[in-house]
Design a protein around this ligand. Sequence first.
Ligand SMILES: [Zn+2]
Length: 362
Amino acid sequence: MNEQKNRLNQREQLKRQNRFDRQSQVNEYTASQNFWQKAECHAHMVLDGVDFRAALARHEREPEEAFIRGTLAAYRDAGITYIRDGGDNEWTSVRARELAEEYGIEYRTPIFAIHKNGFYGKIVGKCFDTIAEYRQLIGEVKRSGGDFVKVMLGGILDFGHYPVITGGGLPGTWMKEMVHIAHEEGFSVMAHVNGEQAVREALEAGIDSLEHGFLQTEETLRLLAETGAVWVPTLAPVMNQIGDGRFPNEVLTAYGEGQMHNIRRAMELGVKLAAGSDAGAYRVMHADGFRDELKWMFAACGDGLFSDGKERMCGDIYSALQKPNLEKQNLEKQSLETTDMEKLKQILQSGAEEIAVRFRCT
Ligand SMILES: [Zn+2]
């Protein structure tokens, strides 16, 4: 009871200090800006959706340019013009950023993701033991021209069992320190987190975007809305594996359905959502993964009836059809907030890939 009260007080304080003003970190898309942009908000150039060991080996000596170019071309051909990488330890995303302009793509990378020794994250980045070492890594991100900081603050889903997260979250005090240091250095913070407690502590630490965020509760969803952090729920790595045989379908479905339920609730609460497929993760192919993610996010809308009885287009996910028979005015914010689900279904049937996301992070 007391603990909860403390938390509430803390939140009030944070709000008063206006630490949650993220104007600079979240770019709102409007028709006059680049409304049509398709933004893949979570991808790993270093991975290939098939075999992570082989993928990492491919870039071991140096980033393999042919692979990167092929992947960028696939994104370009899918009309995706913004990619936010989740980091790697092979400089692959850095090479991708150098080449991206040739493909008309704005590429953003944290260079590598940062995790605390003994916690999850080795596959996509570098680790530290002490805060001094963490500071050094932030310095390295800065010197290498990182666009933001990616931190690993929690574990990953155990696809063999529901609901289990392998590896716990970092202690909240560490999260606070890490986020604080990154902010001080002028970076926004993209955070890999799962599980109710870790998500709550990460949000209280002031992260700017929540990646994955499985197994949340009503409380953390409300906190998400309050803080204004962007949520990238990455449904594709779970849903795309259903029927694959590697893990039990019931377990995958349970994670997926739980997440969809929470996405729906998040939309009601006004959480900022962005589509990021974790492309490169097993079964999530580059470029196609973005379309998959949107498909699953829209599936989360169900029949379009929310618990308040109102029909609502998915909060901050906006459809942006490029089909000539659809009037651009239909895509304006005002109309979309009340877009009925029948229309949305038609839109999806006519081409699920033609959808843009209003918010992106960093
Ligand atoms: Zn990732």
